[in-house]
Design a protein around this ligand. Sequence first.
Ligand SMILES: Cc1cc2nc3c(=O)[nH]c(=O)nc-3n(C[C@H](O)[C@H](O)[C@H](O)COP(=O)(O)O)c2cc1C
Length: 351
Amino acid sequence: MMSLTDLGVAIIKLLPPEAAHTATIRLLKERLGVPVNPPATHPTLAVKLPKSGLALSGPVGLAAGFDKNCDVPTAMSKYGFGFVECGTVTPKPQAGNPKPRLFRLSNDKAVINRMGFNNEGIDNFVANLKAYSGAVPLGANVGANKDSDDRVADYVLGIESVAPHADYITVNISSPNTPGLRGLQDKASLEALLTACGAAERVGKPVFLKVAPDLDPEAIADICSVMRGPGAWLSGLIVSNTTLARPDSLKSAQKGETGGLSGAPLMESSTEILAAFARELKGEFDLIGAGGIASGADAYRKIRAGAHAVQLYSAMIYEGPGLAERINRELVRLVQADGFTTLAEAVGKDL
Ligand SMILES: Cc1cc2nc3c(=O)[nH]c(=O)nc-3n(C[C@H](O)[C@H](O)[C@H](O)COP(=O)(O)O)c2cc1C
């Protein structure tokens, strides 16, 4: 029989995508249908990220973009996610791009978005961070305002504002929807950014850099060399954000929309880029894999490709918030079938 949550998800899916998202956040704010306690997690899945020291009860996190203003992290922490990331937040509030800017590619189990960092600004975000009462680590993902004349200063302000209240911080330089933002991944710009963002001692919390999947081998090598230099204080990488690529396999009419593509068609390419970083970084940094995860098998592939933990967003649009718990159950079976006692033993096994 359909659960109340599944019924809610089915009804919400009848709305246009952004209206569905707004309605979902409203319902979660009211705690409607939210479990009182998170599902029990299996000890097999407990993992400690080696460099950051982040201790997770399970490896599956909620990716940034679902809860841009940190409105509902406590509610989202009850669905089986091992960690929850909010943002991207910018120093000043901004409206983002004109609507429509979010598209379901239902036939491809994918999404295209060109939201453009719509958010209510850092002061509102920090107030919400302070109210978090969930049991899993909470991440704060920071970005730069579109009209900023000093983007590096925006990141520094973001990091310093959220650091006292978040368990980790993500520096997002890979959104394709803020013109020029991805240019911060270039070697000289990244050196300047990571030097300005300062040493971990100053920040006091683990900091991850979130990168795009649209990187060639030279760009990957450059990022790794900056991480070993001015970025040595970083905890690691989140690989990856959405892609500008449009695989030939896409069937949906909306495939021509401008923006970042996420969901199932991103699984393959983002996992390849993750593995490339894992090979290059040789365990010196923590890696969080994201892109196209919709099952335990997908999450496990990323872990075997070098991810210590994973995140998802798009598949939840199709499957509902119960997906995290289902993935956890599948992961336990996969880990045990391979003869491992803990998930951590599987990290990087396919490299
Ligand atoms: C509607 C939407 C909005 C997003 N907004 C953000 C964002 O603000 N910051 C960010 O770092 N990533 C953002 N992302 C990217 C996701 O966090 C994730 O990296 C990407 O979608 C790949 O994972 P998925 O295939 O499981 O969705 C967004 C994704 C979607 C679909």
